[in-house]
Design a protein around this ligand. Structure first.
Ligand SMILES: CC(C)(COP(=O)(O)OP(=O)(O)OC[C@H]1O[C@@H](n2cnc3c(N)ncnc32)[C@H](O)[C@@H]1OP(=O)(O)O)[C@@H](O)C(=O)NCCC(=O)NCCS
Length: 177
């Protein structure tokens, strides 16, 4: 668990998600899906039972190359990040993450702290040697943040994303540790 003071003075806690967080996390993810067209799912498109979400969180907790963390203010989830490494010997050193912050908390540094937590965890664990991500080509805020944290653009996947009747490319970015 790590604690931070945000730009506006609020206290932020970042910690690994436990199975007791399942129901709050489902509600959080359903909500943020409706707040951004840059995510791979829309509002209420995220259908999972509490039991399945608990199992998923447990699988992250016991794995040495997976991480599911949540950012909280006053006990309320305001952001999350999950990273999954490969399941085979030849790919377990690398993986991809997704990150989100509730819209009303954007710009306070929460996304940055979540990604920094991932990088610290990866460096301390000595299993992960490369962190990857895919981001919609026009997601300037996210790309700007990733670049500030050292991620480099590695390639483009055309038609990776389809929303509101339009195709968008994904930019692949990565950080070697
Ligand atoms: C992307 C996201 C996680 C960032 O979270 P956040 O908490 O707002 O990010 P932070 O406040 O830590 O950092 C934002 C940084 O981007 C920068 N930024 C903001 N708008 C920008 C823009 N248009 N162009 C470039 N950089 C920009 C800010 O300057 C800030 O940098 P700083 O910390 O040096 O001031 C959040 O906006 C989000 O959840 N978006 C919707 C979901 C999403 O896009 N997820 C990523 C999918 S790949």
């Amino acid at each position: 668990m790590k604690q931070f003071s945000l730009k506006d003075g609020q206290r932020l806690t970042i910690r690994t998600a436990k199975h007791e967080d399942a129901s709050n996390l489902i509600n959080y993810v359903k909500k943020i899906g409706g707040e951004s067209d840059y995510l791979t799912f829309g509002e209420n498109e995220f259908e999972i039972t509490v039991e399945k979400e608990e199992e998923l969180l447990e699988s992250f907790l016991i794995s040495d190359n997976k991480l599911y963390i949540i950012a909280e203010i006053d006990g309320k989830i305001v952001g999350s990040l999950n990273f999954s490494g490969g399941s085979r010997q030849r790919t377990k050193h690398t993986g991809e993450f997704g990150v989100s912050v509730e819209k009303k908390y954007w710009g306070l540094g929460i996304g940055r702290e979540l990604i920094n937590y991932l990088i610290d965890w990866a460096e301390e664990g000595d299993v992960i040697k490369k962190i990857n991500l895919r981001v919609r080509e026009d997601n300037k805020r996210a790309i700007g943040l990733y670049e500030k944290l050292g991620f480099k653009k590695e390639g483009v996947i055309s038609r990776g994303f389809f929303v509101n009747d339009e195709y968008y490319s994904f930019i692949c970015m990565g950080l070697e540790l």
